[in-house]
Design a binder for this molecule. Structure first.
Ligand code: ATP
Ligand code: MG
Length: 406
């Protein structure tokens, strides 16, 4: 008997030509995620992926934590692979269920009640040469479990657990189904550049697009000394957390002080934010173009602040030609926070920091900017030259996922 992991992935994309690309990418991303835990064989068969560890003491719990972060996986299960022989299947089923009971997988046991644990067996027979039919196999195994584990009782309508038995060339036995995030494997939808601040929203926006298969690079605008070294470290840490989902992130740190001071000194104050945001978009677009990104991603959400009204977003958008993805546009802050908590960015995002958007902030920002007026103000700045200098002095940091404490 050996313990392996069965991985299930979505069906929708699997129609047509995309299927092999999708599957190969997912298998590769799984290997990447599990790297360092010990050798594994990854095989694909009948719309599933099987992960077989090559060493005895493989750390399955660590592997499960990592697999939950691989987009494209809908769910996975620890599975025991045994020979397709009814006596062998029965004997191992007892061992497996006893082990689960000992590990206290069931709530009732934890509360100390000496109630029976209800179960049923569900069999799928892929191997038609196997001499028994599915219902017979289920009944046989169920009866054997009852005879060997007094705590059990059969309840097909409301079981505490289902023992799944899949009879193929080998037989696979499992009970736990661990949900993952679904989505598409990172790298199957091209690359985009995430405008990453130190706030709550932008890491969530990046995560949501990575979930749709996008490979993420990130760009951060840093206004040293108005924003501190600590603010930069925080963004690096956020990119690191995201990289556990997206493997590798190139983070571009753009020196933004000169541009901000110029805007601050030369433009009407109610226009500060919008002109600054347009400058960010222009720089981001240029870096995206030169590094293979096909779109920009921001954490903007409609109406959240003055720069996120429809009019402001339109004026911001007009600064660039590239598509701008705003996955949070229709979400409430609470919904964003829920995701931030779930993906582990929240605690880092709420650490105190200064963002360049908040350092130079107008008392009464314009919520209905007009493109023409904004462009007039911009024409008084030597913006192209300053953007060129900022890009030349941009620092690139390569961030790859490293798991801390598994
Ligand atoms: P966040 O929580 O992501 O900071 P926010 O609600 O604070 O967003 P803004 O500060 O107006 O909103 O920023 C809107 C978006 O602009 C951010 O989600 C992010 O994508 C981008 N952005 C803002 N500041 C920066 C920065 N310093 N570097 C890179 N991108 C930024
Ligand atoms: Mg912000």
């Amino acid at each position: 008997m050996k313990k392996i992991i069965l991985v299930r992935y979505g069906e929708i994309i699997l129609k047509g030509q995309n299927r092999p690309v999708f599957e190969a990418k997912l298998a590769n991303n799984i290997k990447w995620a599990l790297y360092g835990l010990g050798g594994i064989n990854v095989t694909r068969s009948q719309g599933r992926i099987y992960i077989e560890p090559l060493k005895e003491d493989y750390d399955f719990d660590a592997a499960f934590k990592r697999l939950k972060k691989v987009f494209g996986i809908v769910s996975f299960s620890p599975v025991w692979e045994v020979g397709s022989d009814i006596d062998e299947i029965k004997k191992h089923s007892v061992d497996i269920v006893k082990d689960m009971l000992e590990r206290g997988v069931f709530q009732k046991q934890k509360t100390g009640e000496r109630q029976k644990v209800k179960f049923k067996v569900e069999t799928k027979r892929g191997n038609k040469r196997f001499p028994m039919k599915s219902p017979e196999i289920s009944a046989e195994i169920g009866g054997y479990l009852l005879g060997n584990i007094p705590l059990l009782t059969v309840d097909v309508n409301d079981p505490d657990f289902i023992l799944y038995v899949e009879v193929r060339e080998h037989t696979y036995i499992y009970s736990e189904i661990i949900p993952a995030n679904g989505g598409l494997p990172v790298g199957t939808s091209g690359k985009a550049l995430l405008l990453l601040s130190g706030g709550i929203d932008s890491p969530v926006a990046g995560w949501m697009m990575a979930k749709r298969g996008i490979e993420i690079d990130a760009i951060h605008f840093h206004s040293y000394p108005y924003t501190s070294e600590r603010a930069k470290e925080k963004v690096i840490e956020l990119a690191r957390i995201l990289s556990e989902y997206c493997q590798k992130i190139n983070l571009y740190i753009v020196p933004f002080t000169e541009i901000q001071l110029a805007i601050n000194d030369n433009c009407p104050h109610e226009q500060l934010t919008i002109i600054m945001r347009r400058a960010m978009m222009k720089i981001a677009e240029q870096i995206a173009k030169s590094t293979g990104s096909l779109a920009l991603i921001t954490g903007e959400s409609l109406g959240q602040v003055a720069s996120q009204t429809i009019q402001s977003l339109a004026v911001t958008n007009a600064a660039v030609e590239m598509p701008v993805f705003r996955p949070l546009i229709g979400m409430d802050k609470n919904e964003v926070i829920d995701i931030a908590r779930r993906i582990d960015t929240y605690e880092t995002s709420i650490l105190p920091y200064e963002d360049c958007c908040t350092v130079f902030v107008a008392k009464h920002p314009n919520t209905r900017p007009q493109l023409k007026k904004i462009q007039d103000s911009e024409s008084k700045l030597n913006l192209d030259e300053m953007i060129k200098t900022a890009i030349e002095n941009t620092e690139k940091i390569e961030i790859t996922r490293k798991y801390t404490g598994n």
